[in-house]
Ligand binder design. Structure first.
Ligand SMILES: [Zn+2]
Length: 410
């Protein structure tokens, strides 16, 4: 099930007032947080970006930098056929696939060790024992202030896997993530199955998400997570050419099952409890964990908040994934440095060194002005669990889109 928004962005950005980052971050009412606002640094460049909420068709006209980058490696892309069209799997993709898994297709076998020479393995756990690589998918969410406030109050950083479409719709929320010192990674433009795209579409889904994150935060990510975990060696090759490390997971809260109507909060809480119990059983005494959870809606964020103290109590350390790997330069730009693991855990226990430092603190690249309205067409599709993806469309956004005459196809 998917959401397709076919609409004129210009229509969406009409009529709302501007807002500063400080004003946005100070809001506590989720409805107010999600009210549309104008953000000129994004609206001014939207014409050169793909439409939001829909699969990227390819490199945008006039994008000479993107075209040159793609041309620089396209002849070397492994010859693996797309497994569907426009990010939607062909119905027989799995059943027809070679059972020997020649392409290291994660959705088929959870293969994370590429079979093609020269490709880096996927990351699915962290090397530090009794440590949680803490992260969230599908953001930025428009009403994430309570969740981010809790993290901030605890000097807790996390790895945020942002959807390009959501960064367009919620730029100030994306900016807050950077300013709070979270590690931002790419979660594609339209949140579809990456192996079901053409080579150029895969490139575009990653490239334009990287670019819009740079527009908003000033920084270009060097990590990504495929929606549904769906990657094979063709997808990995293209991502690696863009300097993106694939980060997946080994443990899953299945929190997205609740907004998708496939589970109850009690069942998700049991997933958290069972995961936390593994710490006491010694499961992570030698290698730490990565747990899949979502910044998908108010429920998943509240559940993350409800379980934060339990995770901190159970694990020796809760850190961003990059920190667990001593990745002190998380972005392409080198003027921002993250703490290494030792610096982070010493800072987290009372000091102040556990925060990013550098000359280039993330800041808004333009002051809000005049009209326009950042819409909130947050059609963040839910996560994995095999081949199907849940869908969550915020009611106010859906209503607004309907009022604007947009086509909303579920
Ligand atoms: Zn996702």
């Amino acid at each position: 099930m998917r959401t397709t928004l076919s609409l004129s962005l210009a229509a969406l950005f009409l009529g709302a007032s501007a807002r500063t980052a400080e004003e946005q971050n100070a809001l506590s009412d989720p409805t107010a947080e999600c009210a549309w606002y104008d953000y000129p640094p994004v609206t001014n460049v939207l014409a050169s970006y793909p439409p939001i909420g829909t699969p990227v068709k390819g490199i945008m006209p006039g994008d000479s930098a993107g075209q040159a980058k793609f041309d620089s490696f396209k002849a070397n892309i492994p010859n693996i056929a797309p497994r569907g069209v426009d990010g939607a799997f062909a119905t027989d993709a799995l059943s027809k696939y070679d059972k020997t898994d020649p392409d290291c297709w994660w959705s088929f076998s959870t293969c994370a060790q590429p079979k093609l020479a020269g490709l880096k393995p996927d990351i699915f756990d962290v090397p530090e024992p009794r440590t949680l690589g803490y992260g969230f998918d599908d953001g930025p969410n428009c009403s994430h202030n309570a969740f981010y406030d809790l993290l901030q109050q605890n000097k807790q950083k996390a790895t945020m896997f942002f959807i390009g479409t959501n960064v367009v719709a919620e730029p100030l929320q994306a900016l807050r993530a950077a300013q709070d010192g979270h590690e931002i990674c790419v979660h594609t433009w339209s949140h579809r199955a990456m192996t079901a795209f053409t080579n150029e579409q895969i490139f575009g889904e990653l490239w334009y998400t990287m670019q819009i994150i740079k527009v908003v935060t000033g920084y270009t990510p060097t990590c990504w997570r495929p929606p549904q975990g769906d990657a094979d060696d063709r997808v990995r090759f293209i991502a690696q050419q863009l300097g993106l490390q694939n980060i997946i997971w080994k443990h899953d809260t299945f929190d997205w099952h609740v907004p998708a109507g496939q589970s109850t909060p009690e069942e998700v809480q049991k997933n958290y409890d069972d995961f936390i119990a593994l710490v006491g059983k010694g499961e992570f005494d030698h290698v730490g964990a990565i747990l899949l959870a979502h910044e998908l809606d108010n429920y998943t964020m509240q559940t993350a908040m409800d379980n934060y103290a339990k995770l901190v109590k159970a694990f020796d350390h809760v850190v961003p994934v990059g920190v667990a790997f001593n990745k002190t330069q998380p972005y392409v730009e080198t003027n921002l440095t993250f703490p290494n693991f030792q610096q982070y855990i010493s800072g987290q226990s009372g000091g102040s060194s556990g925060t990013p430092s550098g000359s280039g603190k993330p800041s808004g690249s333009g002051s809000p002005s005049k009209s326009g309205s950042a819409a909130n067409p947050s059609n963040t599709t839910g996560q994995q669990g095999g081949i199907s993806a849940g869908v969550s469309v915020k009611a106010p956004a859906a209503m607004a889109l309907a009022l604007l005459g947009a086509a909303l196809v579920l």
